[in-house]
Design a protein around this ligand. Structure first.
Ligand code: SAM
Ligand code: SF4
Length: 465
């Protein structure tokens, strides 16, 4: 008699994700890669046979959080051990890449250290650790595409809004940034691989896709004929997928924002009117010291072109205050640029010296108190601009993609085309669907509105695959 295929015993996996959307995407892919070994996700770390911390190294605070979390994991592991249950602990992501074996020296509770380019090795590493393997550290930059070696994404319904990493790594070497060291050289996935992944997500219920990359607009994936596709070409192709209603991409670098990509804001209705375009600092002197390789005039020219293509666009940015050598006058230029540009959203940070980066070695570091003061002044200005943008949508009718329950019972919450959070009273059946909403009010962090009364939403897509 033929033997039944071996079915792995069910096990629980808890993943805690720190940092950027690319880490969120990687966490999903890691969970999928471990499914064949019997792992299913749990929100409760104490319930987990395997805990993965997917870490971020971009600023010191982010990296330190990992060690305090490992302290909590150590206690949970000890409690489980007392009950006769084992727990494996893995550190993934950019801290894993940057610190490697040192993590195990500092936190012996860790069994596995795996860098972002090695997730296709995760299932093997976990199996080895379960057999008693110790000190498992995998931080090579293999010369192969990790995505092509991860298992195909499994069946079942997905969120209405999904992320897809299309490009990884960075060759730009901004002097403050660890990404080129932790994520390696720039690499673009093949267009066919991305299209197939988005088609599968579409069949499983995704209506919105956000393409991710550290420098997503430098995308140049090669097709089967040896032709390089630009991001604009990739977006046009993805817009042909009928179930996909919305496309976004992030993060863009001003240097790679070409005219074809800008024109798409006017030409492709599925491309949402939202652009995240970091400027980092408002003074040319600081930009040069950061090695950003563009000037403020060039940045503003780009903004002008984007606004010409799509006058209602929501602009977003990243800004660093207190880069080494930044004077009060330099900072005033940052404030002035932020005021002129009127961002709908912005992320601002105090400069954090990162080991191994050129800026960390500069001796004109800005004192912490000055950084704190500058950040507070900048954030107050950015908040005003964000509120002004939000208030300007009051009275408008916007398409909202509903993604989950709202804050209060009976509410559902979603995102406007401008990526604003929107809350309405409405049936749970709306989750996963797009509906027109009349915007009534703008709160500190979200809009509220009512669903257009004669609204009729599409039949939900079957989770057919
Ligand atoms: N590739 C994107 C670009 O070029 O704008 C940015 C990617 S980085 C993961 C996200 C943001 O973190 C950066 O835009 C920058 O504002 C911030 N950041 C990076 N390194 C930093 C540092 N050492 N200190 C403070 N903020 C930093
Ligand atoms: Fe870091 Fe972005 Fe500069 Fe690359 S372009 S080094 S990811 S800030």
């Amino acid at each position: 008699m033929a033997q039944a295929p071996h079915k792995p015993s069910p096990k629980k996996l808890h993943i805690k994700t720190f940092g950027c959307q690319m880490n969120a995407y990687d966490s999903e892919r890691m969970a999928e890669a471990l499914q064949p070994a019997g792992y299913s996700l749990t929100d409760d770390a104490e319930d987990a046979d395997l805990v993965i911390l997917n870490t971020c190294h971009i600023r010191e605070k982010a990296a330190e959080k990992v060690y305090s979390e490992l302290g909590r994991v150590r206690l949970a592991k000890a409690r489980r051990h007392h009950e006769g249950r084992d727990t494996l602990v893995a550190v993934a992501g950019c801290v894993a890449q940057a610190e490697g074996r040192e993590i195990i020296a500092r936190a012996p509770v860790v069994d596995i250290v795996v860098g972002p380019q090695s997730y296709h090795r995760l299932a093997d590493l976990v199996a080895e650790a379960a057999r008693g393997g110790k000190d498992l550290v995998e931080t090579e930059f293999p010369a192969k595409d990790k995505f092509a070696h991860l298992p195909e994404r499994p069946k079942g319904k997905v969120q209405a809004s999904a992320f897809v990493t299309v490009q990884e790594g960075c060759d730009k070497f901004c002097t403050f940034c660890v990404v080129p060291y932790t994520r390696g050289a720039e690499f673009s996935r093949a267009p066919s691989e991305i299209v197939a992944e988005v088609e599968r997500l579409a069949l499983r219920g995704a209506h919105e896709i956000t393409l991710l990359g550290q420098n997503v607009n430098a995308y140049h994936g090669m097709d089967e004929d040896g032709l390089n596709w630009s991001l604009a070409k990739l977006l046009r192709r993805l817009a042909e997928i009928p179930e996909i209603d919305r496309l976004r991409y992030t993060t863009s670098h001003p240097r790679d924002m070409d005219d074809g990509l800008i024109a798409l804001f006017a030409e492709e209705a599925k491309l949402m009117p939202y652009l995240h375009l970091p400027f980092q600092a408002g003074s040319d002197r600081i930009l040069a010291a950061m090695n950003r390789k563009h000037t403020i005039a060039e940045y503003e020219e780009l903004i002008g072109k984007v606004r010409q293509a799509r006058p209602d666009i929501a602009l977003s940015t990243d800004i660093i205050v207190g880069f080494p050598g930044e004077t009060d006058a330099d900072f005033e230029e940052t404030l002035a640029l932020a005021a002129r540009t009127r961002f709908a959203q912005a992320f601002s940070f105090k400069y954090s010296a990162r080991p191994g980066t050129p800026a960390a070695k500069l001796d004109n570091q800005v004192p912490e108190a000055a950084k704190r003061e500058r950040l507070a002044a900048l954030q107050s200005l950015l908040d005003q601009a964000r509120h002004a943008f939000d208030r300007a949508t009051i009275g408008r009718r916007l398409d909202v993609l509903f993604e989950g329950k709202g804050r209060k019972p009976g509410q559902v919450a979603g995102r406007s085309p401008y990526l604003q959070a929107v809350h309405v009273e409405g049936p749970q059946e709306l989750i996963g669907e797009i509906a027109e909403v009349d915007i009534l009010a703008a709160g500190p962090n979200s809009l509220t509105g009512v669903i257009k009364s004669e609204f009729a939403w599409r039949e939900p897509v079957q989770a057919a695959v």
